[in-house]
Design a protein around this ligand. Structure first.
Ligand code: FAD
Ligand code: DHB
Length: 397
């Protein structure tokens, strides 16, 4: 049987970043991932980093390329009724966001892990968590046809929404809060220079659209679509026609029918399972919570969770190494869930609010009036803009 201090399940941004932060603290980890390394590296997802996330990536020693290639944006725009309203993040909060794809963050973290020599097992099948409430948990998995077991002090469940970690916890020990939205996002990636300077979140009568980017030569664009839609129904031409219509104005006129290099539909969900600790198992990132993508918070929350978890584990090992009582060391661990959940719920609130204000919802004319009133208030009130901006750039860690 192999031994490690922390077994990390899942090599998404949460698992990879936790591994790197713990490595900096001299704590050993073994990383187990169900998919292949190529699959993990190729997944197209989020694109906006809060300054707090950038600081955590700096702390983990993986921010050199991010600083060289990331695009710093001091504002975002909201499109509504033919006008674009700029929210000046820099003037309102003194902070900016960085556009740098999750794909790139993942690549930087995978390279750093390989360079550190910390072990990773990709294509680990049937990962099973055993004895998680006892003092000596074990992780069992199958790799290349053989069954392996890892003895560890702790397990970090960083295996996303569909992973095994949250499902290991008996339902009586978890409280689950959930909201499912009646639409999805159709996303397209295309290699054209962005015809817009900053991200545009557009509320239109035809539904939401988001004009984003990954670099000075690559755009990422989304439109709200029915949940039942399949990507086969969305030719590139249909996508761009709809996108231009929702974006409107002179920017739309500059958007060509670019060939897509990736196209996918994602459902929207708000979800929190708490607490984040069960015995010696911790949940972090999408394993514990999901936000609808509208506030660009999913990846950023994964980063803040694992930052808090790395500090809790560091404090545990320091306290137990210094010969302090078991109680002292355990207290360091107990604080993780409370600290992370405070920030998670604030991001849940903000993502729900952004989603609510920008999409077409079926139903009630009263709700529609309130949505338009809320947006007009935002455009007119500096106080409302400060509130949006401080949440968009991210609340302090
Ligand atoms: P994940 O990235 O999901 O990583 C979990 C890892 O665990 C995966 O590699 C998975 O293969 C592995 N795993 C799962 N089960 C097991 C198992 N049993 N054993 C071992 N390994 C396992 N956020 C935004 O802010 N903007 C966006 O545009 C955006 N788009 C998204 C699109 C999609 C389709 C999805 C799913 C998410 C999107 N998100 C977006 C959210 C953001 O990407 C996530 O919040 C972020 O990836 C969370 O990181 P994570 O490491 O917690 O989870
Ligand atoms: C992107 C995704 C988001 O959900 C968002 O709010 C901003 C940008 C993106 O993929 O670029």
């Amino acid at each position: 049987m192999v031994r490690t201090q922390v077994a990390i399940v899942g090599a998404g941004p949460a698992g990879l970043l936790l591994g790197q932060l713990l490595h900096k603290e001299g704590i050993d980890t073994l990383l187990l991932e169900r998919r292949s390394a190529d699959y993990v590296a190729g997944r197209i997802r989020a694109g906006v980093l809060e300054p707090g996330t950038v600081s955590v990536l700096e702390k983990a020693g993986v921010a050199a390329r991010l600083h060289a290639e990331g695009l710093v944006h001091g504002g975002v725009e909201i499109g509504f009724r033919g006008h674009r309203h700029r929210i000046d993040l820099q003037a309102l909060t003194g902070r900016s966001v960085t556009v740098y794809g999750q794909t790139e963050v993942t690549r930087d973290l995978m390279d750093a892990r390989a360079a550190s020599g910390a072990p990773s097992v990709y294509e680990a099948e049937d990962v099973t968590l055993l004895e998680v409430t006892g003092p000596a948990p074990t992780v069992r998995y199958r790799h290349e046809g053989k069954v392996h077991e890892v003895a560890c002090d702790f397990i970090a469940g960083c295996d996303g929404f569909h992973g095994v970690s949250r499902r290991t916890i008996p339902s009586a020990s978890l409280s689950v809060y959930e909201r499912v939205y009646p639409f999805g996002w159709l996303g397209v990636l295309a290699d054209i220079p962005p015809p817009w300077e900053e991200l545009i979140y557009a509320n239109s009568d035809q539904g939401f659209a988001l004009a984003s980017m990954r670099s000075t030569t690559r755009v990422r664009c989304y439109v709200q679509c029915p949940l039942e839609d399949h990507i086969d129904q969305w030719s590139d031409e249909r996508f761009w026609t709809e996108f231009r219509r929702r974006l409107g104005g002179e920017v739309a006129a500059r958007v060509p029918d670019a060939p897509s290099i990736e196209k996918s539909i994602a459902p929207l969900r708000s979800f929190v399972a708490e607490p984040l600790k069960y015995g010696r198992l911790f949940l972090a990132g999408d394993a514990a919570h999901i936000v609808p993508p509208t506030g660009a918070k999913g990846l950023n929350l994964a980063a803040s969770d694992v930052f808090y978890l790395s500090e809790a584990l560091r404090d545990f090992y320091r306290a137990s190494g210094a010969g302090q009582s078991g109680g002292e060391a355990e207290r360091a661990l107990d604080g993780y869930s409370v600290r992370a959940l405070r920030r998670i719920w604030r991001a849940e609130r903000f993502s729900w609010w952004m989603t609510r204000q920008l999409h077409q919802f079926p139903g009630d004319a009263f709700d529609g009036k309130l949505q338009h009133t809320e947006l007009e208030y935002l455009f007119d009130s500096r106080a409302a803009q400060v509130s949006m901006a401080e949440n968009y750039v991210g609340l302090p860690l």
